[in-house]
Design a protein around this ligand. Structure first.
Ligand code: ARG
Length: 497
């Protein structure tokens, strides 16, 4: 770690404290003023308690609320035998010397509570804020691979978040993922990690064969150029109406004992399946159309994310998973007898690999359909390996709603069963509940843009309620927009995940 800046050293000297401060793991006094207190308290407490500093330092914790002190020490954490915690606490308080930085501690049950001397805190804190400016509050040492040797580089994390599905609505889950994921990415960055922000679009699968058919039938070039996200959604809704009519028709014919094979063999559903199959086989025409949909949508998404001050380093997606990789993974799963055939499809029966309830609870997901095409889970398996090779990440988090808990458990378990325990340990699903009552006033907000538009309008209404104040706002619409967006973020941050 870098030498202590003289500013801090001088400050400590003027408070007649020993400099330099002793060093502890995870102690960064030059960027985190609270660590000055932790280091100082540790020196005192080693004297007072006779316990090793290495045990004391990490035991000094933040408090939940400020009336409980600025730092707190759970007495049992020092593992002193023979006396009750409250008795030890009383003895230590008794012995505690006068300090320039902290008041004499108080005991509360099995805790010792420490309160900082406020004037001294200001004397330490304010110069530190002024000196560090915008970087105040950041601690870039945390992200170093080796905290004492900067040349070893920084740890790399992939934060995958937002990940909407092309041609489908951007729902509350995607909104929360965008906000939480964007926040976590910034947090890791502030802690000095190399952060790769990945958006894993839902842009592949049979439904996108159906979307291509919808474009042939209902699509318009101008509408696509003007607002791809909206247009693709509209034609997708239309074709789904046709599709359910087709399903009804098949049912009706079959119930009447009539032949429905023409619909089954040549209907929309089958055409979509074939179209998607052609996409997976790299059919040039099918792929070209698909690429346009995807690229136009991404351009549009980027504009909207910019309103939230969010950007992505990589627009990945289900379509970007390499087919050869999936074939190789399928082969490996088969050879290792992790997968097996079941009614023409390929599945993983977790109960056979993990005994008892844990195995059963992971169920029996399909990883290859009867026609040989891959699924959501299959793609995620190969996508992990692709990211390992591309980014050599130290850690990866997926910010996805809790509805997909099972999916991610299955995914990580399969990776582990395939012999990649090291990778399975580096990946984590950050889940969150879906907010109820998120439905919007107009009831037609299906896209992120609409949601942002609506909160801005609502904010504008509220602002207008105070006419005299409203008149003083220079650019009320732009202000309402920023306030609206901020309120969505703050509302999400103000509760637990
Ligand atoms: N597109 C998916 C959905 O909207 C979320 C993707 C989550 N990420 C992943 N790697 N599976 O449900």
């Amino acid at each position: 770690m870098a030498a202590q800046p003289s500013l801090l050293a001088e400050k400590l000297k003027s408070l007649s404290l020993a400099t330099p401060l002793p060093k502890y793991p995870n102690c960064y006094p030059e960027v985190n003023p609270v660590d000055i207190y932790r280091a100082h308290l540790t020196s005192i407490l080693t004297e007072v308690t006779g316990v090793d500093a290495a045990i004391i330092y990490p035991a000094l914790q933040w408090t939940q609320t400020l009336e409980k002190g600025d730092l707190v020490l759970p007495i049992p954490a020092l593992r002193v035998k023979g006396k009750k915690p409250d008795q030890l606490g009383a003895e230590w308080v008794e012995k505690f010397p006068e300090s320039p930085l902290v008041h004499k501690p108080t005991t509360a049950g099995t805790f010792l509570q420490f309160f900082f001397k406020v004037d001294k805190l200001a004397q330490i804190l304010i110069p530190s804020i002024l000196k560090r400016g915008k970087s105040f509050g950041r601690n870039e040492y945390i992200g170093l691979k080796d905290p004492v040797d900067e040349s070893k580089g920084r740890k790399k994390i992939i934060v995958e978040f937002s990940s909407p599905n092309i041609a489908k609505p951007f729902h509350a889950g995607h909104l929360r993922s965008t906000i939480i994921g964007g926040f976590l990415a910034n947090l890791y960055q502030g802690a000095g990690w190399d952060v790769v922000r990945v958006n894993y679009l839902g842009d592949w699968g049979k439904q996108y064969g159906l979307l291509a058919l919808a474009f042939e039938k209902y699509g318009s070039e101008e509408a696509l150029e003007a607002d791809p996200i909206k247009h693709l959604f509209e034609i997708y809704v239309k074709i789904n109406v046709d599709l359910s009519a087709e399903k009804d028709e098949i049912k009706k014919l079959e119930e009447a004992g009539q032949d429905a094979s023409h619909l089954k063999n040549d209907g929309l559903d089958e055409q979509a399946r074939r179209y998607f199959k052609a996409m997976t086989e790299n059919d040039a025409k099918a792929i070209a159309l698909w690429k346009r949909f995807r690229e136009l949508s991404i351009t549009r998404y980027m504009q909207t994310y910019a309103r939230l001050n969010i950007h992505f380093d990589d627009y990945s997606g289900e379509s970007q998973v390499n087919q050869d990789r999936m074939d190789a993974a399928a082969l490996k799963l088969e050879e290792m007898k992790i997968s097996e055939e079941s009614e023409g499809a390929v599945i993983v029966d977790f109960a056979k690999h993990i005994p008892g309830k844990p195995g059963k609870s992971l169920e029996r997901p399909i990883i290859k359909k009867k026609d040989g095409t891959a699924l959501y889970l299959t793609r995620d398996i190969s996508e992990i390996m692709q990211r390992v090779d591309k980014y050599h990440f130290d850690y990866m988090i997926y910010v996805v709603a809790t509805q997909q808990d099972l999916h991610f458990k299955q995914l990580f378990k399969i990776i582990e069963l395939m012999g990649h325990k090291d990778i399975a340990q580096k990946v984590q699903h950050i889940n969150f509940g879906m907010v109820h009552g998120m439905s919007t006033r107009k009831g037609n907000a299906k896209f992120l843009d609409d949601i942002l538009e609506e909160v801005g309008e609502k904010m504008h209404e509220v602002m207008q309620k105070n006419q005299s104040k409203y008149e003083q706002v220079e650019n009320p619409l732009a202000t309402a927009d920023i306030l609206g967006i901020s309120s969505v973020m703050v509302q999400d941050m103000s509760g637990k995940r």
